[in-house]
Design a protein around this ligand. Structure first.
Ligand SMILES: [Zn+2]
Ligand SMILES: [Zn+2]
Length: 169
């Protein structure tokens, strides 16, 4: 009887998924990717951690812990602001995300851990990625001097093109 009801539940779930089968597959593979990234960086994957990592992978806008919390807390009522912040700090310590201190009012996080520079617009607060290595010394050259450099942060500040264009109008 117990087995039977399990089968029924499984079936009902399956039918539900079948309707949005493709959505489900995409959702599932995103979760798996987030799970894999956490494991690769020695972070024990809990449901909350997977959800936060998944969010970071989907939002390449360098969100702050407050923004992540505001967006996730609706679907995860047990989540707290402190948990989100501590989780993102843990991710950063393990190299799963970058922690940016470009904005002195906020700490921002970035799932793109490749070496790139950031540009903060002082007007709208948006943080842009600069993938061209403007003025960054090669890690290889620094290693030649005997140092073991693990992180490079390059921050540029100014007014972004969108805000500049708005001023003209
Ligand atoms: Zn701007
Ligand atoms: Zn970035």
């Amino acid at each position: 009887m117990f087995i039977f009801s399990l089968v029924v539940i499984e079936e009902a779930l399956y039918l539900q998924r079948k309707q949005s089968c493709n959505d489900y597959k995409v959702e599932r593979s995103k979760q798996m990717k987030a799970y894999d990234i956490l494991l690769a960086h020695q972070v024990k994957p809990s449901l909350q951690r997977i959800a936060i990592m998944e969010y970071m992978m989907e939002h390449r806008t360098h969100p702050s812990a407050e923004e992540v919390y505001a967006d996730l807390s609706e679907s995860m009522p047990t989540l707290s602001k402190t948990t989100v912040y501590n989780t993102l700090r843990l991710f950063a310590e393990n190299g799963a995300v970058l922690m940016l201190t470009i904005d002195d009012k906020n700490v921002n996080f970035d799932a793109d851990t490749s070496q790139h520079a950031h540009f903060l617009c002082k007007k709208c607060g948006k943080i842009y990625d600069f993938h061209s290595q403007v003025g960054l010394r090669k890690l290889k050259d620094l290693r030649a001097e005997g140092h073991d450099v693990e992180e490079v942060h390059a921050y540029y500040k100014g007014i972004c093109k969108n805000c500049l264009n708005k001023d003209i109008d």
